[in-house]
Design a protein around this ligand. Structure first.
Ligand code: GLN
Length: 447
């Protein structure tokens, strides 16, 4: 803990941490030391973990990196976080992110931007940018992020880390501030696959506080990392031939596929005609869900309340106008529009149907093949401001990550070399729902 506290101080300019729980972490460390001395310590004894600013820890402030939650204190601890604490992990602080998880660059945060430690003029990715940089810059051992459409995998790719989005419903969402409830998952950033698998196996599983959490038993992922089978791997023609794809990322992805062939695995190209519908489907459905989820922030119950109101109506309006950032407002408006009576069928209902087609295609493919392999992102980390004035260009960043989110299947990003500028490249692997053990084993084989 002392080691990390020192690093956090010397790397404060990266702005990864919103708050460091110095006293709490030191006190926890004392307790864990005692348990270790008595031979009674849990599976994560001494593992120092940072958590994204959307996960609740009782008695601590949590803001979803939004002004509207300024001063809000958690009333309870998220199940995922509690399970880590129960195994003697030490929670060291709260990590910066895009406001309510909306963004791909961590530039939409009320706490300011986070710098990528590989090149401080570039974004770390988002929305879990602080969680990525905290592990990248050695400010904690592993971190928790959330992934609704790529928010763990994309920043993991930009910072050279292992980042997983589990199957939807594998980890309880109790104590996670919602963005889009039918997409939200809690994921893990780490330097290697074994750490990631261990944390996931402890976090996952049924929870009486989240009725959507799966009751399927959780395998011991960290003990199932040995990979010796002959894998059937598909890659999607449209992803590898995408115009948006940076040539070095294409080359590195193809070379992994070649290597797999040489090692005796079956690697086949598959067509994916639905690729162009994925982003519109994702952004219609997630903005709809967000507009509903964020309606609770009205100045009455949580965080910020405007000091400028003169009646109840203006209190609602001014609180929300002053409390939310531009990107969040854009999405609330878009989501409200697609849910409005006259447009509901044209947008929301249609997107639900397309979601089903994408999910069925993806699951069918993953019944025929063990894995789908593709780049995590079309480009490596971009410069600050490069996409800030063009929301559509920013949304295109999520081109390869949203398929797993729309389908609910698990996906992991692992490091796959660097580009000519030395910036990390990520490789994404998807497997069928609840195949995290197989996913981790293959990721471990490839790293
Ligand atoms: N960039 C995507 C979005 O803004 C993904 C965010 C996420 O996974 N939380 O919606």
């Amino acid at each position: 803990v002392t080691y990390y506290l020192k690093n956090i101080e010397t790397k404060a300019h990266l702005n990864a941490f919103v708050e460091v729980y110095t006293d709490y972490a030191l006190a926890q460390a004392e307790k864990v030391n005692e348990k270790l001395a008595n031979g009674k310590a849990g599976k994560l004894a001494g593992m120092v973990i940072g958590i994204k600013d959307v996960l609740c820890l009782r008695g601590q402030e949590v803001n979803a990196s939004s002004k509207i939650l300024g001063g809000f204190e958690s009333q309870f601890t998220a199940t995922a976080v509690q399970r880590l604490i129960d195994e003697d992990a030490i929670i060291i602080g709260r990590l910066n992110c895009d406001e309510f998880g909306m963004g791909s660059s961590n530039e939409n945060s009320a706490h300011g931007k986070v710098l990528n430690a590989a090149d401080e003029t570039r974004v770390p990715g988002g929305s879990s940018g602080g969680s990525a940089v905290a592990v990248q810059a050695n400010l904690c051992t592993v971190s928790l992020g959330t992934d609704t459409g790529g928010s763990v995998r994309q920043p993991a790719a930009f910072t050279g880390l292992v980042g997983i989005k589990p199957t939807y419903s594998r980890v309880s969402r109790w104590g996670l501030i919602a963005y889009a409830s039918s997409f939200d998952t809690i994921g893990v950033f780490s330097r290697n696959v074994p750490d990631n698998a261990l944390v996931m196996e402890i976090m996952a599983g049924t929870d009486e506080f989240d009725s959507t959490a799966s009751r399927k038993p959780v395998p011991a992922y960290s003990e199932l990392l040995h990979f010796e089978k002959r894998a059937k791997v598909a890659y999607l023609k449209e992803t590898i031939e995408s115009e948006a794809l940076q040539p070095e990322i294409k080359a590195n992805t193809l070379s992994v596929l070649d290597k797999l062939r040489q090692e005796g695995h079956q690697v086949e190209e598959v067509q994916f005609p639905l690729l162009k519908y994925i982003l519109p489907t994702y952004y219609i459905l997630t903005t709809a869900e967000a507009s509903s989820n964020l309606s609770r922030f009205d100045g009455v119950k949580y965080g910020y309340r405007t000091p400028n109101a003169h009646n109840l109506e203006s209190m609602y309006k001014l609180t929300r106008s002053e409390g939310f950032g531009d990107e969040v407002k854009r999405r609330i408006m878009l989501g409200t529009f697609v849910l409005s009576a006259s447009y509901y069928d044209a947008y929301f209902t249609k997107a639900q149907k397309v979601r089903r087609l994408i999910k069925e295609f993806t699951e069918d493919l993953l019944n025929k093949y063990d894995y789908i392999v593709m780049p995590t992102t079309p480009s490596t980390a971009f410069k600050f401001g490069e996409h800030s004035n063009d929301p559509v260009a920013m949304y295109l960043e999520d081109l390869f990550t949203v398929q797993a989110s729309v389908s609910g299947v698990p996906a992991v990003s692992i490091p796959n070399g660097t580009d000519a500028k030395g910036l990390p490249i990520g490789l994404q692997i998807m497997a069928n729902s609840f195949k995290e053990a197989e996913l981790y084993a293959f990721a471990n084989y490839l790293t």
